[in-house]
Design a protein around this ligand. Structure first.
Ligand SMILES: CCCCCCCC/C=C\CCCCCCCC(=O)N[C@@H](COP(=O)(O)O)[C@H](O)/C=C/CCCCCCCCCCCCC
Length: 215
């Protein structure tokens, strides 16, 4: 049984994405960004082993980033802006094919960034959905409009099957551990602008530095 501190709480994730914005939303603190993702992974782990292939990949990417943060050059990875400057100026990013720097911070973060777009779309659909909406449909629409564009057929197929295992909207809301469905909807309305700001900042940074297609 989960202890209180192991339990997912949407509020906690909200705070992480809010608190990772820096300098008037012109930068993002990597540590808090990863804290947000860890909260989401904890939530996904409550949904059963059918999603373990997803959480394993997310955890691997979070760990790669945490190792950079804890490493000798950790200060360079404090924010997204400083990470991009450091890795690009030091030729630490594989720009056309994976070779000498297969797991650069820029590349790893890009995978999480694409997943954040899925999250943004999914949460918005959940927020505006009616009580009888199917979470599998909402999730798969959000996936098809975002992450699916970067995944091969086998992963798309596996994901589409896994979506059928998602609980109902009301059960979903209960696991979020926030309160009644109305309170969850209200909380989602508060959370989404922060998730969007983090997404938009990252997208803009990656566009400026031509990093959106890292292999
Ligand atoms: C209030 C919150 C409510 C919703 C909470 C959702 C919690 C979601 C937690 C984690 C989301 C998934 C993160 C997935 C990261 C995927 C990154 C990625 O694209 N990786 C692929 C490419 O990596 P490289 O090979 O280039 O290194 C990798 O191939 C992917 C493997 C795993 C499959 C990913 C399927 C994604 C499905 C996303 C929907 C998850 C459904 C969760 C349902 C709540």
């Amino acid at each position: 049984m989960d202890s209180a501190e192991d339990k997912f709480c949407l509020r906690e994730v909200l705070v992480s994405f809010k608190s990772c914005l820096l300098n008037d939303d012109k930068d993002v603190l990597v540590e808090h960004y990863l804290t947000g993702w860890k909260g989401l992974v904890r939530f996904m782990n409550t949904l059963g082993t059918v999603f373990s292939f997803v959480s394993k990949d997310a955890v691997t990417k979070i760990q790669i980033m945490e190792n950079y943060l804890k490493g000798d050059n950790g200060e360079r990875y404090r924010t997204l802006r400083s990470m991009v400057e450091y890795e690009l100026s030091g030729n630490l990013v594989d720009l056309t094919k994976r070779s000498s720097h297969p797991d650069s911070g820029c590349r790893t973060l890009l995978r999480l960034h694409r997943a954040l777009r899925w999250l943004q779309l999914f949460l918005e659909k959940l927020r505006t959905s009616s009580e009888d909406s199917k979470t599998s449909t909402l999730c798969s629409e959000a996936y098809n409009d975002s992450l699916a564009n970067y995944h091969p057929w086998l992963i798309r197929k596996t994901a589409s099957v896994a979506f059928f295992a998602l609980p109902t909207r009301n059960t979903f809301f209960e696991v979020m551990n926030v309160g009644s469905p109305d309170v969850v909807v209200e909380m989602l309305g508060e959370a989404l602008p922060y998730v969007s700001k983090v997404y938009d900042f990252t997208q803009e940074l990656y566009v400026q530095r031509n990093l959106l297609d890292l292999p």
